[in-house]
Design a protein around this ligand. Structure first.
Ligand code: ACO
Length: 374
């Protein structure tokens, strides 16, 4: 059976999954077990990781055990530390994360993905990011604190101080909301990689590479760059119109699947309003015009606010510089990526190998080399 070419694979069903579902028309994000994202907001990142890995929210005993496993696997090994030490200070944080995660998981052969490896990747991601955050400043890494939860420990490893409960809440909320999102580009990348029989670290390193781009995970940094160009709320309307008239994209808007406001963005908007009022004052005004103008330009395909837009304000309120936003995304999505790899390798496992449409000459009609050089 041949399926016609679909640019960007739009509309192509390329996976069956129970990890999460994006209902683009209804504006719903459903996590494993049938939970709407709004129902899970307020839970801990560890509870969500357990849900996506195991299939149910943990009991208190299960949660304590799961938290213990995560806390015990946060440290970077010698290879990862050496890879970090070899990096120049001005490399992109996503390149640093990709390199350190790769070194941490480098070993003999091609081990079959399992839950233990998944937990280790989730646990050590924040340590890799925080270690580079410090490396960039010429500072030694801070050892993880096993008594702190994932979000609190991530912030602690940045500067060795316990973060305020609000900062922890902003980061924790962000990590919960971004943990999985259907067959997005980076998750697809992870699934393609593991479908060849490759290992879990290779799948996650490939996914980190896919997430880096500004059309995907890099959009929160790009949204912050864009908003920092706006002189103030009063300049927002003209800024948006000029940008669209110059055929520049509005970062943090539009989505392949959503035709409505992203449900995660609605939650993040309230957190940004609370935690980052200066950001919010400009962002809200830009959004007002953006939604109006994008709809006017494409009424048949509403391009609304996506998760990255208000993520920028929330991550800044949590204490991250803007060039680390995509790493925070990767830290959260490592749960989704690894859950998808486990699902794929356990349930399907068939190599993902689509077809291409040949656009070159038919060998029978190929110009002769004499004619071609004439
Ligand atoms: N600003 C202005 N116009 C837009 C935007 C935007 N953010 N998004 C889409 N459009 C317009 C396009 O210009 C196009 O119109 P045209 O045919 O008149 O040129 C139309 O909407 C369709 O756009 P496509 O690029 O074909 O849509 P696609 O589904 O391929 O891309 C994407 C989706 C990449 C997210 C796009 O909306 C975009 O570039 N957004 C900005 C970057 C961004 O915020 N990315 C984060 C996405 S969420 C995530 O990955 C976590």
């Amino acid at each position: 059976m041949t399926v016609p070419y679909s640019p960007g694979l739009e509309g192509v069903v390329a996976a069956q999954t129970e990890i999460s579902e994006v209902d683009g028309q209804g504006g719903r994000l459903i996590y494993r077990g049938g939970y709407l994202i709004e129902e899970l907001f307020g839970k801990s990142f560890e509870e969500i990781a357990h849900l996506l890995y195991v299939g149910h929210l943990p009991s208190s005993t299960e949660l304590a055990e799961f938290k213990g496993k995560l806390a015990a696997r946060r440290s970077l090994n010698e290879q990862a530390r050496a890879a970090l030490a070899g990096l120049k200070r001005d490399v992109d944080p996503m390149d640093a994360m990709r390199t350190v995660v790769s070194a941490q998981g480098a070993g003999p052969g091609c081990p079959k993905p399992d839950l233990d490896q998944a937990i280790s990747l989730t646990a050590s991601g924040p340590t890799a990011v925080a270690a580079f955050y410090r490396h960039r400043q010429g500072l030694a890494p801070i050892e993880p604190r096993p008594d702190l939860g994932e979000a609190a420990n991530f912030l602690y490893m940045l500067d060795g101080k316990e973060a305020s409960p609000d900062r922890v809440r902003y980061l924790e909320s962000y990590l919960v909301l971004l943990a999985d999102h259907g067959l997005n580009a980076s998750t697809f990348t992870a699934r393609v990689t593991c479908s060849t029989g490759s290992d879990l670290t290779s799948s996650i390193v490939a996914a980190i590479g896919a997430l880096k781009g500004p059309a995907h995970g890099g959009a929160a940094t790009a949204a912050m760059d864009m908003l920092q160009e706006v002189p103030g709320p009063d300049a927002a309307e003209q800024f948006v119109i000029d940008r669209l008239n110059n055929h520049q994209r509005l970062m943090g808007f539009g989505h392949r699947v959503y035709r409505t406001y992203d449900p995660r963005a609605r939650i993040l908007r309230e957190l940004a309003r609370e935690g980052n009022p200066d950001f919010y004052a400009v962002a809200f005004k830009v959004e007002e015009t953006a939604l109006r103008e994008l709809l006017a330009r494409h009424p048949e395909r509403p391009n609304a606010t996506n998760v990255d837009y208000y993520s920028a304000g929330v991550l800044q309120a949590a204490g991250f510089p803007k060039d680390f936003f995509t790493c925070c995304f990767a830290v959260s999505r490592t749960v989704g990526w690894t859950a998808h790899v486990l699902e794929y390798t356990q349930k399907d496992g068939r190599i993902i190998r689509p077809a291409s449409e040949w656009m070159g000459p038919d060998p029978a009609n190929r110009p002769t080399s004499a004619a071609a050089s004439a």
